[in-house]
Design a protein. Structure first.
Length: 244
């Protein structure tokens, strides 16, 4: 593992995002995404195979610094989502007076939420689900704390507010999918982007991009590059975005 910016040095993977667990920064929203060189976020409808084992280690380091990890309903349908962190990072969270595992959060669509894998064994203390107004919350009540929008779809601003006020979430990590990234970016809620660029080319024009959903007419936002790390041709970029 090498750091390329802001300094040039050889380092261990445990050094890359170790500051996040103990960082005392107030309310932030983070976005973690992995793409191919040609900008695709999925191969055969899954993102898991894009990044390397090193990327997966760093993803868990980022999770370890978050109070909650948010997924869209589409992501948990397509992926085998296991939003926790391993024992060594649980110990670091406990030492930092944090709950052992981040809170899991799902942003549901019109068809509700199909809980799978570990999420299907969740309890209302471990999982929060936000649903559109027309969705039926009853099937989820045994597994999650459920909030239904007053009208239409859940508003990202309301999601962040509810998680902070009712669940003490100061740092929210978003792990997909593209429409969720888009909604939070368009609301100006994202403070940091952690972006892995894998040395792979999809060449599939139909595969998912980083963003999806509604068009946005606002001006582009600048971003400040924080760090660049590299391992076997894979790049790990960290940017900070200005608040709008």
């Amino acid at each position: 593992m090498r750091q390329l910016f802001p300094a040039l040095r050889v380092c261990d993977t445990t050094d890359v995002y170790a500051d996040l667990v103990f960082d005392s920064a107030d309310r932030e929203v983070w976005m973690n995404v992995v793409t191919t060189l040609d900008g695709r976020t999925a191969i055969d409808n899954k993102s898991h195979g894009i990044g390397s084992a090193t990327d997966h280690v760093l993803m868990r380091q980022i999770r370890a610094g978050a109070d909650a990890v948010l997924f869209g309903a589409g992501t948990i349908r397509q992926e085998c989502v296991s939003p926790g962190v391993p024992a060594v990072l649980r110990a670091a969270r406990i030492a930092a007076n944090r709950r052992p595992q981040p809170l899991s959060v799902v942003l549901g669509g019109r068809d509700g939420v199909d809980l799978r894998g570990r999420l299907a064994r969740s309890s209302p203390d471990d999982l929060v689900v936000f649903l559109p107004h027309e969705a039926d919350p009853a099937p989820l009540n045994d597994h999650a704390t459920v909030y239904r929008a007053e009208s239409g779809r859940p508003d990202p601003v309301d999601v962040v507010h509810i998680l902070h006020e009712r669940h003490k979430v100061r740092r929210l990590l978003i792990e997909g999918g593209p429409s969720i990234y888009t909604a939070f970016l368009q609301c100006g809620l994202v403070d940091q982007i952690f972006w892995t660029v894998a040395p792979k080319v999809s060449a599939d024009a139909s595969a998912a991009d980083m963003l999806a959903g509604t068009a946005y007419g606002g001006p582009p936002s600048g971003a400040l590059l924080q760090t660049i790390f590299e391992h076997e041709g894979e790049l790990y970029l960290r940017y900070r975005l200005p608040k709008r």
